[in-house]
Each structure stands twice: as structure tokens, then as C-alpha cells.
Design a protein around this ligand. Structure first.
Ligand code: DX5
Ligand code: ZN
Length: 215
């Protein structure tokens, strides 16, 4: 199975967002990664529901929403209206099981996300409720950081545990993905690669997406 690409629009010029989304669609993106930051759970603020509702109107790509917000259970209903994949952080202070169930009940696929400081074993017990697990390969909050190689062992530990329990779970990796790190992540079990700067800095997005998918 080839890896899927979920470009992050975080580094887009937001006044050009519509054109950027059209370029990403034409480039062969499989979904769109939307980074929601609240300035509390992470030291940065990005965008929220109004921007996402506009994005939804202008794309047929599935929306992969990455909530980097404190106590995310409070906002599941609002984001679930637009999300295909809805993810939140294990470390964000919500009851994990309840929040995963809430997401699934709202009709979205549920994604549990871990920061670089969290060991994968901590979330093994939640795997049966997850449609996807997102392993952060940078500290959440900013695009353009370098890939942390410690993410690779986490991906393979999660892949092996999911296989051992015959669970069909997507494994997503986010942060510092480029031509060098993409094949390493895929080899370690990642099935969905988030890429921001590597795609947005390209002269030709299509070539970049193709390159990552073929690695
Ligand atoms: C970081 C975000 C990422 C980020 C990826 O908190 O979750 O999605 O935008 O950007 P790059 O690919 O530039 O590391
Ligand atoms: Zn993200």
C-alpha cells in the first residue's frame, strides 16, 4: 500500500488558501491536514472552526483535523461537523476513552495523538478505539522543525502492537517530513505522512507529492 499524503496548510498564505488547496488537490494530496492551536496546549495560535468551515466548502478532499487544544472534549461536536478524521492529544487533559468514543459517535474517524515525550506503550490500551494514531515527530506548535528520529521506534512499536492484536489502524507521522525522512517513517510503519514546509516550499507541489509517495 502506498503511503497517503496529508499536506498541512499551516504555512500557507491564508489569503491564498483557496488557490493553495486547489494546487494541493491537483498535486495528488490524499487529505488535508488542519492544525488547530489554542495558545494554551501549545505556544502558538492558528485557526479554528470558521476557517475550517470555509476550507470544507472549497475541497472534496477528506479533512484531517489535528487538535492541539486544551481539554479537547469540549469542542468535538463543533469540529466533527467538518472533519473526516478528528484527532486530539493524549496529553491534553480530556478523558481519552470518552473523547475517542465521542468522535466515533459523531461519525468521524478517531485519531489519538502523542507528543515526543509520550511512550507509545502508554496508549496501547486505547488502540481498539482508534482509527488512526498520530505520532508527532516534532514538538507540536510550529511548522518547519527538524524530524526527531525517536518517532521511528514509536511508529514500529505501534505497528507491531496493532498487528499483534489484528487491529486495522492508520499510523500518521507529523513534523519534519521531507525526501530523507519520509522513507524512514514509511519503513517504520507510517501509512499517512503529514508534510507542511516540504510541500509548500516546492516550486512544483505535484513533483514533491509524487516524490514522497514513490519513496
Ligand atoms: C506542528 C504541526 C505540523 C506542522 C508540519 O505542530 O502539527 O502539522 O505544520 O509542518 P512541517 O512539515 O513543516 O514540519
Ligand atoms: Zn499537525
Amino acid at each position: 500500500m502506498p503511503v497517503k499524503i496529508s499536506p498541512s496548510i499551516l504555512t500557507s498564505d491564508f489569503l491564498e488558501l483557496k488557490a493553495d488547496i486547489q494546487r494541493l488537490e491537483a498535486a495528488g494530496a490524499d487529505m488535508l491536514h488542519l492544525d488547530v492551536m489554542d495558545g494554551v496546549f501549545v505556544p502558538n495560535i492558528s485557526f479554528g472552526v470558521p476557517v475550517i468551515s470555509s476550507v470544507k466548502k472549497h475541497t472534496s478532499l477528506p479533512l484531517d483535523i489535528h487538535l492541539m487544544i486544551d481539554r479537547p472534549h469540549r469542542y468535538i461536536r463543533q469540529f466533527a461537523e467538518y472533519a473526516d478524521w478528528l484527532g486530539f492529544h493524549y496529553e491534553a487533559g480530556s478523558d481519552v476513552e470518552e473523547t475517542l468514543k465521542k468522535i466515533k459517535k459523531s461519525g468521524c474517524r478517531a485519531c489519538l495523538t502523542i507528543k515526543p515525550c509520550t511512550a507509545p506503550e502508554e496508549i496501547f490500551r486505547f488502540l481498539p478505539l482508534c482509527d488512526m494514531v498520530l505520532v508527532m515527530s516534532v514538538e507540536p506548535g510550529f511548522g518547519g522543525q527538524s524530524f526527531l528520529p525517536s518517532a521511528l521506534d514509536k511508529l514500529s512499536a505501534l505497528r507491531d502492537e496493532a498487528a499483534r492484536r489484528s487491529l486495522d489502524i492508520e499510523l500518521e507521522v507529523d513534523g519534519g517530513i521531507n525526501g530523507e525522512t519520509a522513507p524512514l517513517a514509511a519503513k517504520s510503519g507510517a501509512t499517512v505522512l503529514v508534510a507542511g514546509n516540504y510541500i509548500f516550499s516546492a516550486d512544483n507541489m505535484r513533483d514533491r507529492v509524487k516524490e514522497i509517495k514513490s519513496l
